[in-house]
Design a protein around this ligand. Structure first.
Ligand code: FAD
Ligand code: SF4
Ligand code: SF4
Ligand code: SF4
Ligand code: SF4
Length: 416
């Protein structure tokens, strides 16, 4: 019997799922099992749309349909967390299973803190994530760097540091480092991301560490919660899933790869944040870039931290109605409200029609706040900084002392 903290190799016992699955179909088998046994009412996962650059979210209640979600779509840049709030009533009245990348899991935690998602009703099946490539970048990269018509590509994968494509007539791989040096490759937020194994989920599943005869045919599963252990044990007991102890060398390799990815994430953070400058220079840059804003609200609609019914950016006292580009207060409001909780999911950048690097700006500020107050968003249910500020008390203190250092009396500095 597996318990929290255990690691194992797992694969589906169903030949069709095994074949369709990315690495033996363990994730699909667990989702199907959860539906069949009515452990959950529905599954939120991702399926291929018109082509492999088109990752679509899908909600499935019939276990027979689950196989359409098998396989990894590395050009799938979508975030599932807010869909749970917007379209599934925050899982308040039904139990759901969701396949989550690190950012999906973090978004669910941030929404749960704000009482927009009921995590008691959610089973999170995590997938490790080295990063995703924006569909437009992927098409361009395949044409320019691989010399292949993107419409002729039948499969893409990221393996051993390479972006690999299979197409009519062959296959080709180019190192991600090389692609990224030339401005292609993963989304910039993914390069800075350091949640590669989503241990906030109930199970964390991936291909790192699967070596020997099971390489490519099984998934490495880390059991991250009792809920995850219960689902896995039940699926094994009923023979929906097969498991074996992982190879010791495989465990070591997985640790090393994860460590290397953390270092790479730090390298990109350093590079990206330095490029923003500091202090007034940074502010000037942000003001310049955001002056292209067309006030379409995509960033707010997509952000898993933005959930308010009455958004302050629509309050005429702060942002002039009908003015495009909006006054800078539009962006300041977002920085003030959510920078402490930004999970660097990249949605506000990915979906911005004016191509403003919003996620970079917000992430840079989040990292500064993390250094000051030690709060790491998206990891657990610990409350965001602003939730700890009592507004009435703060206003009174402001009037009495004249100090605007609102955090001063609330937080103790993090020891260095
Ligand atoms: P399957 O049974 O094939 O199920 C795959 C599940 O992934 C399905 O539920 C599907 O809905 C979901 N899915 C597919 N695309 C997406 C997407 N874009 N966003 C959210 N969910 C999606 N493992 C590593 O060890 N290292 C990595 O660097 C790594 N990078 C990955 C990057 C991405 C974008 C994705 C989606 C997965 C990545 N994985 C990585 C996980 C790995 O590819 C397999 O998903 C995992 O081993 C499970 O295999 P399986 O056969 O059990 O999954
Ligand atoms: Fe994966 Fe992190 Fe990018 Fe999300 S932000 S897609 S978890 S690398
Ligand atoms: Fe402005 Fe871009 Fe946000 Fe639209 S998505 S409101 S253009 S910053
Ligand atoms: Fe994601 Fe942007 Fe919101 Fe940060 S601000 S959580 S990157 S959508
Ligand atoms: Fe709420 Fe502020 Fe986001 Fe508007 S910008 S939805 S007020 S958190």
């Amino acid at each position: 019997m597996a318990a929290k903290g255990d690691m194992l190799y797992a694969w589906s016992t169903d030949a069709e799922i095994q074949k369709k699955g990315e690495c033996g179909g363990a994730v699909t088998a667990l989702l199907k099992y959860a539906l069949e046994k009515k452990i959950v009412d529905g599954v939120l996962a991702v399926k291929k749309g018109i082509d492999l650059y088109d990752a679509q979210p899908t909600f499935i209640t019939d276990p027979k349909e689950i196989a359409q979600t098998s396989g990894s779509l590395h050009c799938g840049t979508l975030l599932l967390s807010k869909l749970v709030k917007n379209y599934l009533d925050g899982a308040d009245k039904m139990k759901i299973a969701v396949t989550v990348k690190g950012c999906d899991a973090m978004g669910l935690y941030e929404l749960a803190k704000r009482k927009q998602v009921n995590l008691d009703n959610v089973v999170m099946i995590g997938v490790n994530c080295g990063g995703s490539v924006s569909p437009i970048t992927a098409r361009k990269m395949i044409l320019d760097k691989f010399g292949v018509d993107p419409d002729k590509v039948t499969k893409e994968e990221i393996d051993k540091g390479q972006f690999i494509i299979e197409y009519e007539g062959g296959h080709k791989g180019i190192s991600i480092d090389e692609l990224e040096e030339q401005g292609a490759g993963r989304r910039s937020n993914c390069r800075r991301c350091k949640v590669k194994v989503p241990r906030q989920a109930d199970l964390a599943c991936g291909n790192w560490g699967v070596i020997g005869d099971k390489a490519g045919k099984a998934t490495f599963v880390e059991v991250c919660s009792e809920k995850g252990a219960n689902l896995l044990n039940a699926a094994v007991k009923d023979k929906a899933l097969a498991t074996e102890a992982p190879n010791a060398k495989g465990i070591e390799m997985r640790g090393k790869v994860e460590g290397a990815m953390m270092k790479l994430g730090d390298k990109w953070r350093d590079k990206d944040f330095k490029g923003l400058g500091e202090g007034r220079d940074r502010l000037k840059k942000i003001m310049q870039e955001t002056s292209r804003c067309i006030k379409c609200y995509s960033c707010i609609l997509a952000c898993p931290i933005c959930y308010c019914v009455d958004c302050t950016t629509k309050n005429p006292a702060y942002v002039n109605p009908g003015q495009v580009p909006p006054n800078f207060m539009f962006h300041l409001i977002r920085f003030a409200h959510i920078a402490d909780s930004c999970i660097n999911c990249g949605q506000c950048q990915e979906l911005c029609p004016a191509e403003i690097p919003n996620a970079l700006f917000m992430h840079a500020q989040q990292v500064e706040l993390e250094k000051m107050f030690g709060h790491v968003p998206g990891m657990d249910m610990s409350l965001p900084l602003l939730a700890l500020v009592e507004e009435k008390e703060e206003r009174a203190r402001l009037t009495n002392t004249g100090s605007d250092m609102i955090f001063e009396n609330v937080f103790k500095p993090v020891p260095k």
